[in-house]
Write a protein that binds this ligand. Structure first.
Ligand SMILES: [Zn+2]
Length: 419
């Protein structure tokens, strides 16, 4: 049975989106910004209000809660992140609902030049008659991932109000700092205590994602020889020239974010800083496969060694650290959570699609830490910018997916039954 949650989802998303929760990579604290607590504390209170159990806000900034099972079955976690992307203005978000979208171009009250057009974004043309939520033109909306929060809260409220619905134990977690890659604390898997989990952090209806990039970050340090330029002849080694050489020798017409798509990975120089005595070059390396990622690291080291060989008086170091790994490596050993989501999707009359994510999710790290966590659609579109939008009706489909999935788990997975 499918329920209409349109009005509840609309009012939740509008309420949550108006609260500024932008994360900040430069901040060393956890959560990275105090303001995220505004929404985390609100959710903590709302979860208590709807009757969830074990509600708590952990010292690492995650709101957790339990919906006790009404039938034996696997315990399932549902996660969404409260923070919004640091890349675009997220202060003073004014969500706006267009009821019964007419299929035409959407304009914005706070930026008369801005246009959201179904010709440019064909998915929008499929949403005629839907209720569309956008921001006002000068900020992002933050449906990424407050749509996920609204979907999980709505499903939780429904399950708690209807104890006659059969489902196993459900655990909820709202996390901070996903956008800066710090959403999953080492303590989270044990605190969740579930058989498997899902993030509601995906895009168009039907998307069930079980593959992400594997990701490394690299930092190259070039140390030159510093000396007064007036007396530098034959002595100075300028780090900026060597850093420029390294960047110049890296692939540019291929293997960069702007020249790759689909299953191809890349080497991306994110920033350079420093001066003639020392330069730092920061890079991110991405690939869907371990071999491909290792090859990109090896290429970077080779380039550094080649430039080092041209100037023995300089010192060039290259440090590469792991960020996250393709969740497929773990999920392919046990496709239960992926198959369950796909079957629930089909039960709603939607054919599931799996497109590898050219990025990571909280689920990438969680899966690596032992909690298989594929990603499910919410409906969010054009994220991280002023043209972000979402259909309320898409969110209702996602909420029904959540409910169908918990019901199906009880029917389909008796093997995982617990007393
Ligand atoms: Zn997200």
């Amino acid at each position: 049975m499918q329920h209409d949650f349109d009005r509840e989802l609309e009012s939740r998303l509008v309420r949550y989106a108006a609260i500024d929760t932008q994360s900040d990579e430069a901040s060393p604290s956890a959560p990275s910004t105090e303001i995220q607590l505004d929404l985390l504390q609100l959710l903590e209170a709302e979860l208590r209000e709807i009757g969830a159990q074990d509600v708590r806000l952990t010292d690492y900034g995650v709101v957790m809660a339990t919906i006790p099972g009404t039938a034996p079955g696997p315990s399932i976690g549902f996660l969404a992140h409260v923070d919004t992307a640091p890349q675009f203005n997220a202060t003073g978000v004014k969500p706006r609902v267009i009821h019964g979208y007419n299929g035409g171009e959407i304009t914005f009250p706070d930026d008369p030049e801005l246009r959201l057009s179904p010709e440019v974004f064909p998915y929008l043309s499929e949403k005629q008659g839907h209720d569309i939520i956008t921001a006002s033109g000068t900020t992002l909306l933050g449906a990424d991932d407050k749509a996920g929060v609204a979907i999980i809260m709505t499903a939780a409220r429904h399950l708690l109000a209807h104890p006659e619905i059969l489902h196993g134990p459900v655990r909820i977690a709202f996390t901070p700092d996903e956008e800066i890659g710090r959403g999953v604390s080492e303590a989270l898997p044990a605190a969740l205590g579930v058989d498997f989990a899902y993030t509601f952090d995906g895009g168009r209806v039907g998307e069930i994602e079980d593959e992400t990039f594997s990701a490394d970050a690299a930092e190259v340090t070039v140390t030159g020889v510093s000396i007064h330029p007036g007396f530098a002849k034959g002595k100075m080694v300028n780090a900026t020239h060597l850093a420029a050489k390294i960047v110049q020798m890296l692939p540019q017409a291929t293997m960069t974010p702007e020249t790759t798509s689909g299953r191809d990975g890349f080497v991306h120089v994110t920033d350079m800083s420093g001066g003639s005595s020392e330069m730092k070059i920061r890079l991110i390396l991405r690939d869907f496969e371990r071999d491909g990622l290792a090859a990109k690291g090896a290429l970077l080291r080779q380039v550094c060694e080649a430039v080092q060989a041209t100037e023995p008086r300089a010192s060039i170091t290259c440090e590469i650290r792991a960020q996250y790994r393709n969740m497929r490596y773990w999920l392919e050993d046990d496709m239960t959570p992926v198959d369950l989501a796909r079957n629930a999707c089909r039960k709603l009359g939607i054919e599931p699609v799996s497109i590898p994510i050219r990025g990571g999710t909280d689920g990438s790290r969680l899966t690596e830490l032992g909690v298989p966590t594929p990603n499910l659609f919410t409906g969010m579109q054009n994220i991280h910018g002023p043209l972000e939008w979402i259909s309320v009706q898409d969110m209702t489909v996602a909420t029904n997916l959540c409910l169908t999935l918990t019901g199906l788990a009880v029917e389909a997975l008796p093997a995982k039954a617990q007393p």
